[in-house]
Ligand binder design. Structure first.
Ligand code: ZN
Length: 348
């Protein structure tokens, strides 16, 4: 059984460039209209650090509309979830540009008290924006997908009540950020974990529902809609970073994310058709298929509309993590019980 979970990274560019109107608010409106038309909902991964800083420094007047949009989406059944780019918290706005603090790029590598401080700050801002004082999001996605090393950040977030992570893209590799999700390739469509997001642990407190990827040959990666590889290299700042980035690509196959803003309709439907064939061969398995998109990448809303029409024609339900969480919990508990039953009893 396949269910599609659309997740939206709701944010401007990672270097602080761009306006809220163009990169967040207007694409947010387009997507809201399309999803409402199909009576479907997405998971809104709101990047909390940038909105707080933009509001605090008064650098973009559209912040009020953005906050209103987050609230309205939340009231309308779109799941509000937590996304964090910590490099924003020490950011300085200077002569019309943001200078971000890249020493805090990866939440997971920061000292424990700093992680706790950042998580508290992000949660307080989320509660302020949603106007829901006791609100705790169910789901989390790390900035730049960096949920490694997992333990410290996972413990702090779990302590606050966050239960689902969707940072992993199986097969992912970034030498510059010591991200390595290749070990997750052997895992299923979702799994429990505790201190290492790659490692399935049946008694784990967290559930990982990764962004769906397909391992494809290198030549299938660049398309007219996707960011070109030269842009990826361009983002690297030093020669060592460029070399590391090159190393990420020196492999026979590369993880292609199910991305509803960057892929063409044909690419999206072909990828889902392959999962449909897999599902027909083994129909008993629950297959939550997490698609990713970014407000800043929405250049072609018609493709999203057509992709939702395609899913409807294939009778694939569109769900949020909130919708599927009880089922994931039950299913992972069943797996835990059957594993326990298989452990030989030493008393016999
Ligand atoms: Zn992001």
């Amino acid at each position: 059984m396949i269910e599609c979970v659309f997740t939206l990274d709701y944010e401007i560019y990672g270097n602080g460039a761009g306006t809220l109107k163009d990169l967040v608010y207007e694409p947010g409106e387009r997507l809201r209209d399309i999803f409402r038309k199909w009576k479907a909902r997405f998971v809104n991964f709101v990047e909390l650090a940038e909105f707080e800083k933009i509001e605090e420094c008064g650098t973009d007047r559209t912040i009020d509309l953005v906050k209103q949009q987050i609230r309205e989406l939340s009231l309308d059944g779109f799941e509000t979830a937590m996304h964090l780019h910590p490099q924003w918290y020490n950011a300085v706005y200077d002569r019309g540009r943001w200078q971000l603090d890249y020493s805090e790029y990866n939440l997971c590598t920061l000292p424990l008290p700093r992680i706790a401080q950042i998580v508290d700050r992000a949660l307080s801002y989320l509660r302020h924006v949603t106007n829901r004082p006791g609100f705790t999001p169910l789901s989390f996605r790390a900035g730049n997908w960096l949920f490694q090393p997992t333990e410290a950040a996972a413990n702090i977030l779990a302590g606050k009540g966050v239960k689902i992570d969707s940072s992993v893209f199986k097969g992912g590799l970034q030498h510059n950020n010591t991200l390595d999700y290749r070990r997750a390739l052997k895992n299923g469509y979702y799994w429990r974990f505790d201190s290492d997001v790659n490692q399935q642990v049946s008694s784990g407190r967290w559930i990982e529902v990764p962004i769906y990827t397909e391992m494809v040959p290198f030549w299938r990666m660049p398309t007219s809609k996707r960011l070109s590889l030269s842009n990826s290299f361009g983002a690297a700042r030093t020669a060592k970073q460029r070399l590391n980035r090159a190393l990420d690509f020196l492999r026979p196959r590369y993880p292609l994310k199910l991305d509803f803003c960057r892929m063409t309709l044909k690419e999206l439907t072909s990828m889902v058709d392959r999962v449909i064939r897999e599902d027909s061969a083994e129909p008993g398995l629950h297959r939550p298929l997490v698609a990713i998109g970014h407000t800043k990448d929405l250049s072609d809303p018609q493709t999203v509309d057509a992709f939702l029409a395609f899913l409807r024609s294939r009778e694939i339900t569109i769900s949020t993590f909130q919708d599927i969480y009880p089922k994931l919990l039950r299913e992972t508990e069943c797996a835990q019980a059957s594993n326990a039953a298989r452990i030989p009893n030493p008393a016999k």
